[in-house]
Structures are given as C-alpha cells and as structure tokens.
Design a protein around this ligand. Structure first.
Ligand code: NAP
Length: 280
C-alpha cells in the first residue's frame, strides 16, 4: 500500500506558517491586500473565489472582492486592473479564470503589473522562471514541489516525467523540477510511446485533464505519483487524472483527489501574496 501524501495537512501547515508571518508584519504596521476580480457567475469560479477569501481571512490578508456582471466589457476590466495596479495599498491582483468569451484573457493577464501578479501567469513571471530569476510562480506547480519536499521525497537527480504542457501547470511544473535538479521529461498529446516514457519516471506528475485515464500500465513499480487532475466521475464524486484504485498497490506514494494537490494551490497563492510585499 502506497504512502498517501496528505495535501490537506501540508496546506494547513503552510497556512499556519503564513499566518504567523502576517501577524508579525501587522505588528510592524504592514497590511497585505489581495484584490480578486470575478466576471460573471460561473459556479466553480464562485466557489474558488469564496475559498480564496476564506484563506485570506484565516491568514490575516485583507481581501477586496470585485464581482462584475457577465456583460462587463474588456475596456472596463482593463480600466479596473490599471486602477488596482496604481493603488499603493493593493499588493496582489488576481483575475479569476475563465473570463467570458468576449474578453481577451491574455490581454488582461498582460495588463496586471508583474509585481502584483500573484497567480504567476504574466509573461514576465513565466520568463523569470525560465531563466531562473526571481518572480511569482504559478501556484499549482509550486504546490506540487512543496508536497514532494515536505513529504521527504528527493527530487535531485531523479527521473521526473510531467504529463501535460499547459502554461499554468505542465510547463512551470517541468521548470520547477529542473530548478530542483530533477532530470525532466515533458509529455503531451503527441508523445509517442507514452506508456514507455512514463515508465521511466521515479516521480510522475499527471496533468492531462482526463478523468482516471492513467493506470498502472503507465508507471513503474514504486514510482511517486502526483495527480493534478480534478473532475467529477460518473457518480458525481471527485476524481483525478489517475485511476487511484488501480495504482495504489503499485506505487510508493501518491496524492489523493480530493485532498492532494487541490488544497495546495490556495496555500501557494497565499504564499505569493505574502511574498508580494517584497516584490516592489
Ligand atoms: P490543459 O490546459 O487542458 O492541458 C492538458 C495537457 O495535457 C495538454 O498539454 C495536452 O497535450 C495534454 N494531454 C491531453 N491528453 C493527453 C494524453 N492522452 N496523453 C498525453 N498528454 C495529454 O489542462 P491544465 O490546465 O494543465 O490542467 C490539467 C488538469 O489539472 C485538469 O484536470 C485540471 O482541472 C487540473 N487542475 C487542477 C488544479 C488544482 O488546483 N488541483 C489546478 C489547475 C488544473 P497538448 O498540449 O498536446 O494538447
């Protein structure tokens, strides 16, 4: 039976550490403020925005929530982002994705000041990660690094295979593993012999967005498996990209869904907010 990596506990530990830091900053008169913008009423986004606010309240970060109607124009949203960029009292800005189709999300992300880009999606943040410079890092992959480190799983020198090459998960994930001196392979939908490539992995990170798609045929015995995927299965229960029940006796450690990577994303967002006071 594999070791189950407890993302809930690790994320709570991180939030408690951040709370202590924020309390110390407050004692010095420093208040951290995160502005969160949601356009429209996508139910999943409403849940995510609510969870972000809850985490801010717990840690002691002041949050400003902007709930804009679906018909908000691109110009109006750009205007709000620019105003928040200018505000001295706002440290971090987050625009909840997805945005309605009539708004160019790339343009909005590019307009957020890189020093307030707590999601780490701005091209300058992505570029800084690529060349090993300081900058905000996308929260989900940085959460995966924390899961590995805090579970005592060595990355240096090990074969790491990342399945998925999105800008918010796969690519930054691969770069972070490289930063930790892993030997990194990236796979995607055009990869040939995916099973053979995946079986090289000591550490397999799965972020392909396909429910229960990856079974034990894709992993060597004793691999560490991190499942980034999050879906509802046929019984409306949460599940990942990995077929958990199929692989559990085959791997040495694995993240569950829920309770694995998911809670880490918000914890690392909070970490970026706390770091934002040093980014100006
Ligand atoms: P995405 O943008 O849809 O990217 C999926 C990636 O997987 C693409 O690079 C795609 O390859 C690759 N892929 C798809 N099918 C494949 C296959 N059969 N074999 C190999 N590669 C395949 O998804 P994402 O935003 O990275 O998210 C991935 C998963 O993580 C989703 O389930 C998402 O809900 C979840 N997620 C969870 C969190 C969290 O907090 N837990 C955060 C973000 C995302 P191509 O590039 O060739 O198309």
């Amino acid at each position: 039976m594999a070791f189950i990596i407890d993302g809930k506990k690790i994320s709570n530990d991180i939030k408690d550490e951040l709370k202590e830091k924020v309390t110390a900053y407050k004692a010095e008169g420093i208040q951290i403020t995160l502005a969160v913008i949601q356009v429209g009423k996508d139910p999943a986004s409403t849940v995510y925005v609510g969870n972000k606010k809850k985490a801010c309240d717990y840690i002691g970060i002041h949050s400003l929530t902007y709930e804009l109607p679906e018909e908000t124009t691109e110009v109006e949203l750009l205007d709000l982002v620019r105003k928040l960029n200018q505000r001295e009292d706002v440290n971090g800005i987050l625009v909840q994705l997805p945005l309605p189709k009539h708004i160019n999300a790339d343009l909005i992300i590019r307009t957020i000041s890189p020093v307030k880009d707590v999601d780490g999606f701005h091209p300058q943040s992505a570029g800084a990660l690529t060349i090993g410079q300081k900058g905000f890092v996308s929260c989900t992959p940085s959460g995966v690094i924390q899961l590995l480190k805090r579970s005592g799983i060595e990355i240096e020198g090990r074969e790491c295979v990342v399945m998925g090459r999105s800008n918010i998960v796969g690519k930054p994930m691969a770069l972070l593993l490289l930063r930790e001196n892993g030997t990194v392979t990236i796979c995607h939908s055009r990869t040939k012999n995916l099973k053979e490539v995946a079986k090289r992995a000591d550490i397999l990170i799965v972020a392909i967005g396909k429910p229960k798609y990856i079974n034990k045929d894709y992993m060597k015995e004793g691999a560490v498996v991190i499942d980034v995927g999050i879906h509802r299965d046929e019984n409306n229960k949460l599940c990942g990209d990995v077929d958990f029940n199929d692989v559990i006796d085959h791997v040495s450690a694995i993240t569950p869904v829920p309770g694995g990577v998911g809670p880490m994303t918000i914890a690392m967002l909070m970490n970026n907010c706390v770091d934002s006071i040093h980014s100006r």
